[in-house]
Design a protein around this ligand. Structure first.
Ligand SMILES: Nc1ncnc2c1ncn2[C@@H]1O[C@H](COP(=O)(O)OP(=O)(O)OP(=O)(O)O)[C@@H](O)[C@H]1O
Ligand SMILES: O=P(O)(O)OC[C@H]1O[C@H](OP(=O)(O)OP(=O)(O)O)[C@H](O)[C@@H]1O
Ligand SMILES: [Mg+2]
Length: 297
């Protein structure tokens, strides 16, 4: 294969991961010009290009060295490692990316008696993830038949081709619509940056290192919120105790009100309405939750 000096990232051409992946790369300062056939995006500023493909092909493209890294669901990466990629160098999950969250679960018809995973013995389970399901069954010494289907797995029990299914679940709507109930979670999934365990020892490796640093910054900022509120000195301790994790809050004086303080806290994740209501009950008022755009410690 011809040596390359530009980093090439494989990502989903059209699907659930496409928009959030592009958005994340944009936040990392990468911009692209798309080719006419929309399969290749040339990086304009940095030497980083995109290859747009079916998500199932991403781990294989990295393993073959056609692409250096890829943005793909943990479910697809894990399945590859246990099937087509079994005999090759294992790929690493370089970073979890915080979108495309779902889980790989076993579900059974609502009317089926199910007490524990042992009840799957002797049953047929339909799935598009024979590697992950097979491994899970082996680890528990459950002797069940794995029926591999490319799609529409959820209708297999109704068609009589399987007794249970093992498929992705997010809201659970598909299961309810098909009178199925979730009984076991095999894997919690989200989009990840997948790549080789050792970085390329050339310019691509340097670029990847830079990209990882920017990703860490972007992910940290995306999950950070700035909480501003007012509290009396009297309620300060109770309010502070309820603040979601993060560094020590900053306290500012409120002009003309010696008893009042303005509190500013960086929170490591979402601040929910319920948390705000609790903090308010403890004595806070004038509360604001602001997104953080950039951060440089
Ligand atoms: N209902 C869901 N909610 C959230 N994320 C999901 C859901 N279903 C799947 N995902 C995640 O998004 C990834 C891509 O899902 P999508 O449905 O776009 O894939 P696909 O139909 O296999 O697309 P492709 O045409 O690229 O093969 C999945 O592998 C999984 O990691
Ligand atoms: O729990 P839910 O929110 O209902 O999501 C789960 C469904 O989403 C995915 O299917 P998708 O909608 O992508 O259809 P497909 O399998 O035909 O691609 C997955 O295969 C499940 O069927
Ligand atoms: Mg696919």
């Amino acid at each position: 294969m011809k040596p390359r000096d530009r980093l090439r990232i494989a990502m989903q051409k059209s699907g659930r991961l496409t928009e959030p992946a592009l958005d994340l790369l944009k936040r990392c300062g990468l911009t692209f010009r798309q080719s006419r056939d929309k399969l290749f995006c040339f990086g304009e500023g940095e030497p980083v290009d995109l290859l747009l493909v079916r998500d199932d092909d991403i781990p294989g493209l990295i393993a073959q060295g056609v692409c250096d890294v890829g943005i793909v669901g943990r479910n697809v990466l894990g399945e590859f490692q246990l099937t087509a990629g079994r005999d090759g160098e294992p790929l690493a999950e370089l970073r979890p990316l915080g979108f495309g969250r779902c889980r790989l679960s076993i579900a059974v018809p609502q009317e089926l008696d199910y007490a524990s995973s042992g009840d799957l013995a002797g049953r047929r389970i339909a799935t598009s993830y024979p590697g992950l399901l097979g491994e899970w069954l082996r680890a528990r010494d459950i002797d069940a038949a794995v029926v591999t289907l490319a799609g529409s797995v959820e209708i297999a029990p109704k068609l009589g081709t399987a007794d249970a299914i093992c498929d992705l679940v997010q809201s659970g709507g598909t299961l309810v619509a098909n009178q199925l109930r979730e009984t076991e979670v095999l894997l919690e999934s989200e989009a990840v940056l997948a790549g080789p365990t050792t970085l390329p020892a050339d310019e691509r490796g340097d670029m990847l290192e830079l990209l990882l640093k920017r990703l860490d910054g972007v992910i940290q900022v995306r999950e950070s919120r700035l909480l501003l509120l007012q509290t009396s000195r009297h309620s300060l301790e109770a309010v502070t105790r309820l603040l979601p994790g993060g560094p020590q809050p900053t306290l500012l004086a409120v002009a003309g009100q010696t008893d009042q303080l303005m509190l500013q806290a960086l929170c490591a994740g979402e601040v929910s309405w319920r948390q705000l209501e609790e903090i308010k009950k403890a004595g806070a008022r004038e509360m604001f939750v602001l997104p953080v755009e950039k951060m440089l410690a």
